[in-house]
Design a protein around this ligand. Structure first.
Ligand code: BGC
Length: 246
């Protein structure tokens, strides 16, 4: 079954049509800059533009970089604060006339990696951590997602982890990979102490540079790069929409 996947991020909003049986994109990705300010109305217009770009007339799976429960957004760390309390599901359905399933971006990336990527067939506790504008997290226990875990907001030395160790912070501070990896190691040690994962999958914008920094990272559990790279959000959103419709 084909479903349009949309991945809403702090800097770009990307979409592609996904073959949900095989977990692959069947079209090129189309990307539009995230509007600034990223208000619900402005983002909804971009979502409609993506639907129109693909001439799409079916179900849509859509990620959002915040806590999302039953389609309603409950936080807004890297998007306009007016999202808090917004029913994203209703907003996108109204503006496009199509059925939408909206979920957290890291949860979507995790669903894709567990189904078709680095976590395929893995039992036990698997953590997906995405490093981009913020730090996203998804935890799977024997392949079942515990949604909205928000581990990018753990406090390390009195500061939110994603302010210390996200990829956006690395770029802003112009750190080398080694300097950034020191902060990431501190964060990973904390997360491992709290959750004792069996496998850590590192995703987000940095995943395509994995070989540059992997040598500096130290963990107890095996740490592997996300295999679906930046497509994980789009693919996971489409997979989640399919499950939601079944
Ligand atoms: C948000 C999470 C999101 C992560 C990655 C964090 O700031 O609170 O919901 O998954 O960024 O985008």
């Amino acid at each position: 079954m084909e479903i349009l996947g949309i991945d809403i991020g702090g800097s770009g909003i990307k979409g592609a049509i996904v073959d949900t049986l095989h977990g692959i994109l069947v079209t090129d990705r189309h990307r539009i800059d995230t509007p600034d300010p990223s208000t619900p109305e402005a983002v909804a217009i971009v979502v409609r533009q993506l639907v129109e770009h693909f001439n799409w007339n079916g179900a849509v799976g859509c990620t959002f970089p915040a806590i999302v429960k039953r389609g309603v957004v409950y936080s807004a760390a890297n998007v306009d604060k007016s999202w808090i309390g917004t029913d994203a599901h209703a907003l996108f359905t109204d503006i496009t006339g199509l059925p939408f399933m909206v979920l957290n971006d890291a949860d979507a990336a995790g669903i894709a990696e567990m189904g078709f990527g680095a976590g395929r067939d893995h039992k036990g506790i698997v953590m997906i951590l995405t490093f981009g504008t913020g730090i996203g997290s998804a935890i799977f226990v024997n392949q079942t997602l515990v949604p909205n875990t928000e581990l990018g907001h753990l406090e390390i030395r009195g500061k939110e982890a994603e302010r210390r160790a996200s990829d956006a912070t690395r770029k802003r501070k112009q750190w080398s990979w080694e300097e950034w990896a020191k902060r990431v190691n501190e964060y990973l040690a904390h997360v491992e102490f709290l959750f004792s994962p069996d496998l850590i999958i590192m995703g987000g914008g940095v995943s395509k540079k994995h070989e540059e920094f992997a040598k500096y990272l130290k963990t107890n559990a095996p740490l592997v790069p996300a295999q679906l790279l930046n497509d994980a959000g789009i693919i996971g959103a489409a997979l989640a929409a399919r499950r939601w419709m079944e």
